[in-house]
Design a protein around this ligand. Structure first.
Ligand code: IMP
Length: 444
């Protein structure tokens, strides 16, 4: 599998357009694996004029026959998963027998969502701006070794009831005593969970052995990361991060496979930057340029509908992401959204309040909040890039922008996406990876 597998991760603060890139490539793979996060993710896929917003199910589901795995490092909301499956089926997608859920994945229950809301409420001005899906409390239970895990969906119903009730009772105790808030109706939550278990129980299966079988059969596997490096629990802008590892190495731990089976890493990055929720964002534009990018780029959350904060491409953050996660090539998305701006800026270093200049991302969010980005300015392009599928037809300034970013970030840009549809994509360069991508996507 190592020769044939491929990893797609977010290289910024999430929402980079991973769904489109995974969808574009999944036809060339036998299996697609989600290994981190849960339904805080929102991967948008457009196919044949239809629009799919996937949160838990790997984006490979749109391609007939591709198997979809959910690894042990994920947190899975059974109700959310069933709702997504129903939606896919109503759209005519055959999902039967194609989704396999790790018995070791952590389950999200309604009390986790209540705890997420209660904790955010207590944080006041310091709130993280979570998606409210119960992600943090579920990962907290995992680390506290009291979580419900996927296998309970397939266990005897009495076992599910006993374990789920015990956990949710603890949660209700915390909601009432620590957070002074309303408890969750446990009977209703339990009835719902039992219903979901009937549907999901048959889908529970070990992911690692299945991936080893794909490897033994010479079948390629695509790993679909969620969120982005700057939202990683350790390497992101802590504490304004998600609760899972967004780095590619986590895929091995999540699936129970050797890291040697993981393939080259494609880091998806937008031609500018966005962030949703609180936390440091050095290149944020709090002006008409930022709101212009938001409107043109439809920068509103797939999961929560929240307006995304928008700003210039941050080459310091991007190079940091490349270094900590071993990104081999970048897939640059939404280049066309910069059509029509007067000039383009890229942050190439930061100034600290002390006057010192740094060119890497600091560990402390408070320090990161105080950074003043130092920009280089590039000329904008007059002709549109939207929908251009041949590199030679790009305006020269747009091509210069790609070369400039490659130099600053330190790896090639192998894919450029300049529109939401599959066709609005080009593969660039002559590296072995680019050739392989071209082979999968079809030469453009
Ligand atoms: P949580 O993952 O819901 O706990 O949210 C923690 C932080 O990560 C918040 O700032 C969220 O907005 C952000 N976040 C979580 N998932 C995504 C995503 O898929 N895209 C962008 N931001 C996300």
């Amino acid at each position: 599998m190592s020769q044939d597998s491929l990893m797609i991760i977010g290289g910024q603060w999430g929402d980079e357009g991973k769904g489109k890139v995974v969808d574009l490539l999944s036809g060339g793979f036998s299996a697609v694996v989600r290994y981190n996060g849960g339904n805080n993710a929102g991967h948008t896929v457009r196919y044949a004029d239809r629009h799919f917003a996937l949160h838990l199910v790997p984006s490979g589901i749109i391609h007939p026959g591709v198997k979809c795995y959910l690894g042990s490092g994920m947190v899975i909301d059974p109700t959310g998963l069933v709702a997504e499956m129903d939606k896919l089926e109503s759209e005519g997608i055959d999902i039967d027998g194609r989704i396999i859920l790790s018995p070791r994945a952590t389950l999200i229950v309604p009390t986790h969502r209540a705890l997420d809301a209660a904790r955010e409420g207590m944080r006041g001005a310091g709130k993280i701006g979570t998606t409210g899906r119960g992600i943090g409390p579920a990962y907290q239970d995992r680390a506290q070794r009291r979580a419900l895990r996927g296998h309970v969906l397939a266990d005897q119903p009495a076992m599910l009831r006993q374990r789920a009730m015990a956990l949710m009772e603890q949660h209700n105790y915390e909601l009432e005593t620590l957070f002074k808030t309303e408890p969750v109706d446990l009977e209703a939550a339990m009835t719902e969970l039992e219903k979901m278990a009937q549907r999901l129980g048959p889908m529970v299966g070990e992911v690692g052995p299945a991936l080893r079988r794909h490897a033994a059969a010479g079948e390629a596997v695509l790993f679909e990361g969620a969120q982005g490096v700057l939202l990683d629990l350790a390497w992101g802008t802590y504490p304004y991060v998600t609760s899972s590892s967004c780095l590619p190495g986590f895929a091995a731990a999540s699936c129970g496979i050797t890291p040697k089976l993981l393939g080259p890493v494609i880091g998806v990055m937008k031609a500018y930057a966005t962030r949703v929720g609180s936390g440091p964002f050095p290149t944020e534009l709090d002006d008409a340029i930022g709101s212009g990018i938001r409107e043109r780029g439809a920068e509103y959350g797939t999961t929560t509908g929240r307006p995304r904060r928008c700003g210039w491409f941050d080459a310091v953050a991007a190079r940091f992401a490349v270094e900590v996660s071993g990104i081999d090539a970048v897939a640059l998305t939404k280049l066309d959204i910069l059509d029509g701006v007067d000039e383009i800026k890229v942050a190439t270093s930061y100034k600290l309040p002390s006057g010192e200049t740094i060119d890497t991302f600091p560990a402390d969010a408070e320090v990161a909040e105080a950074l003043v980005p130092q920009y280089e300015t590039l000329p904008a392009w007059a002709a549109p890039t939207e929908g251009v599928t041949n590199e030679a037809e790009l305006p020269s300034e747009a091509l210069d922008y790609l070369h400039y970013l490659e130099e600053k970030v330190g790896v090639p840009i192998a894919i450029v996406s300049n529109g939401p549809r599959r066709e609005e994509t080009m593969v660039r360069g002559n590296t072995a990876l680019a050739d392989r991508l071209r082979g999968i996507i079809g030469s453009r």
